[in-house]
Design a protein around this ligand. Structure first.
Ligand SMILES: [Zn+2]
Length: 173
């Protein structure tokens, strides 16, 4: 790797460093083993974090186990780790987009609503447990496109319980 900021013809010096990860938007994340490339000539540094999606999923799984309520900054981090925009995320957890923005813009303030705090944690946990399979239920919640369920018909067969044929409904997970 060569320097992009100056004409230093030499390869950049590579070291592993520890780093306060303030780019995460949280003020208490510290990383060890980040690869830093440094230019001898102009002093510019470049950082390589490896698989950032994996890093963010790992931080998310750690955050949802914290004692006490989630803060606005943590909610924003979790939303981004799940790759949702504000509109979709607000719809999923059942609040208005403006309410979500207000929460996220008060980074140090803890959520007052316990149900909301729990719903966000379970959303993160469910995405971790079933990264692909729960897209259906997410779609339904976002688009309000679920099935009308006046009656639920189940039938028992040798293979176990199934939705009864012709019942018109099925499980979304
Ligand atoms: Zn340079």
């Amino acid at each position: 790797m060569k320097c992009a900021m100056c004409d230093n013809p030499k390869k950049l010096k590579k070291t592993r460093i520890s780093k306060w990860y303030k780019e995460s938007g949280l003020d208490n994340i510290y990383l060890k083993g980040v690869i830093e490339y440094r230019c001898d000539k102009c002093g510019e540094t470049y950082h390589s974090y490896g698989d950032m999606d994996q890093l963010h999923r790992l931080i998310a799984s750690t955050l949802i186990c914290k004692k006490g309520r989630l803060t606005g900054a943590e909610v924003r981090f979790l939303r981004k780790a799940l790759a949702y925009n504000s509109t979709m995320f607000a719809k999923l957890i059942g609040i208005k987009t403006e309410t979500l923005s207000r929460l996220e813009n008060a980074p140090k303030t803890e959520l007052k609503n316990e149900a909301l705090d729990h719903s966000i944690r379970f959303l993160v946990a469910s995405r971790k447990a079933m990264p692909d399979r729960n897209y259906d239920i997410h779609d339904q919640l976002i688009n309000d496109s679920g099935q009308e369920l006046k009656e639920i018909h189940m039938a028992h067969r040798s293979s176990g319980w199934r939705a009864d044929i012709g019942s018109g409904h099925e499980a979304c997970l």
